[in-house]
Write a protein that binds this ligand. Sequence first.
Ligand code: HEC
Length: 151
Amino acid sequence: MKWSSLLLVFSLLAFGTSCSQREESCAAPAKKKIYNPNGDSELALLMRDMFDEGMRVKEEVAVGKRPMPKWDADAIFTAHATQPDKVATPEFKAYAQAFLEAAKAMEDASPEAYRQSYQGMVKTCVACHQEVCPGPIVKINKMLLDESQGL
Ligand code: HEC
């Protein structure tokens, strides 16, 4: 095999692990090197925090408490992303706005509606990810409450 065809095979493999396939991150490794030589992007770190905090909140919601997520959600608009072109779109901004509003709605939710408002917030995480970054959806789904007995 010639070097050029080896290179082609390699780049195909590299593409195969980008956004839709990688479970943890949605950044293509090649781009990550260009935009992000020092490790994870601000947005990726913010997202990881939101997931950890989300799992903590879920545990409390599951036993009937009304915790408020403590996260700097507004930073979603300003945090530097691994792939800046992905977050510079009107779609990204609309999904981010929907997420912020859903998180805010948790503050106003009555005790009876709290589980639903939490669940709705998680679904706005998933909605954005379906559009811009499917990789972490499996992970985010762990934040969902079990709906089998109703909410
Ligand atoms: C408006 C769109 C949007 C919303 C809403 C959103 N995400 Fe993300 N998420 C992204 C993008 C874009 C990335 C890729 C970040 C990067 O690599 O710079 C990402 C990355 C992630 C990652 C992978 C981070 C890593 O380790 O690389 C996780 C986990 C994640 N999000 C969880 C969540 C959770 C949990 C929520 C809701 C509480 C959420 N996301 C809401 C767009 C969104």
